[in-house]
Design a protein around this ligand. Sequence first.
Ligand SMILES: *Cc1c(COP(=O)(O)O)cnc(C)c1O
Length: 274
Amino acid sequence: MPVTAHPAFDKAAEYLRVKLVKIDLDPNTLRVDLNAVKRAINRNTILVVGSAPNYPHGVVDDIEGLSQLLELVDPRHNAPIGRIGLHVDSCLGGFVLPWALREGHYGVPTFDFGVTRVTSISADTHKYGFAPKGTSVLLFRDKSIREHMFFVATDWPGGVYASPSLAGSRPGALLACTWAVMLYNGDEGYRNSALKIMNTQQALVKGIQDNEHVTGLRVLGLSTSPVVAFTFNSSTKFDIFKVNDAMARRHWHLDALQQPSAYVPPPPPPPCCY
Ligand SMILES: *Cc1c(COP(=O)(O)O)cnc(C)c1O
């Protein structure tokens, strides 16, 4: 997975004792470096992860590129899916990017089951789905993968026990709330909010880019999602966290990011490159 993928994967890998390999980013786009992914795949590889978008920079990884890579290194022969899965973490973007993608002019690349090798997608109802925390969505391309989610104990004196996820009995009230929120918003509601959010994102990107010569601030990577990351360009000696403090006094909530100190990405190319 890219270094920018969510720590939930670190947690899962620790629980399941799966070795996690973290892949560096392309320094311009901050998408996962496809050549590095290719080099990391070996016969023990079970899953490749991309984010749509990632949390730190709002960058959507090149899911098409990851898919093509898997076609190359893991040919499917006659099976509907290959040996190596491709998971798209759209927890953050799942309820905004599909509408932005449909609109067509926000530079969002395809990242869904239309991409050949995508086997699973996560989308958080509690983010831009505007539902309460405690529910989420995990989609599978194929029923044969979903079957592995279910745990069934058949020999318990209390009867047959089955549960479909890591949680045991599930919160019905939260599911009902989430369902109500989704019906309330509907396709049209999610579309309207997606357009407002993406227009704001574009205004932020443009504002930062147009004023770089004055502020020394620059946008990190190729943001095509609600998240815009920015920092000072390398010629500025001012501490970026001071900006955070000053904005907090103005009631903005900025998220502090950290990078390896050795890694200062050059300015991003114009957002035209998908
Ligand atoms: C929020 C988020 C998750 C899931 O985190 P939770 O703590 O379960 O909400 C996973 N991936 C990304 C990119 C996220 O933004």
